[in-house]
Design a protein. Structure first.
Length: 157
């Protein structure tokens, strides 16, 4: 199958309501399957007008409880330096200013996410391996008295 025809096939299957598709020609086999689970997981992240339906805005709730550490870019979030390593931080951990909280990978570059104040990790709303958006909350930190980082309740990079 020629490359242009393959692209057309992928586009047609993507736009259709077909869940999976298998094609075989002359020893070449093509199998495509849509992952509806992923679409369901990412849809709530895109929905930001939950107030209209009477739902609480998670970002506002998190801001009221502590300071938000937001993603500085679009990428993949990693909670640990390696698959077999323990996470950088967990809920309930005490953290210091400058401590690495996690990593966001973008275009094969690993970007360390550092804490901007001394505090306690109250919430980690993302999971290891999740795709994250620019400005998405990664951690909620409750500053400890005498902590640094200013009075701004939300900080990003």
């Amino acid at each position: 199958m020629e490359f242009e025809n393959l692209l057309k096939l992928v586009e047609c299957v993507s736009k259709s309501k077909v869940d999976s598709f298998c094609y075989e020609e002359g020893g070449t086999k093509i199998r495509m399957k849509k992952s509806w689970e992923k679409a369901q997981v990412t849809a709530p992240a895109i929905l930001t007008s939950g107030k209209e339906e009477g739902l609480e805005d998670a970002a506002e709730t998190a801001a009221a409880e502590g300071r938000q550490v937001k993603s500085p870019l679009v990428g993949i979030f990693y909670a640990a330096p390696a698959e077999d390593a323990p996470p950088f931080v967990s809920v309930g951990d005490t953290v210091r200013k400058g401590q690495t909280l996690g990593i966001v990978e973008a275009m094969k570059l690993m970007n360390e996410i550092e804490c901007e104040c001394d505090g306690v990790v109250e919430e980690i709303p993302v999971k290891n391996g999740d795709a994250v958006e620019y400005g998405q909350t990664l951690f909620v930190i409750t500053p400890v008295s005498g902590g640094t980082g200013g009075s701004d309740e939300t900080f990003g990079y």
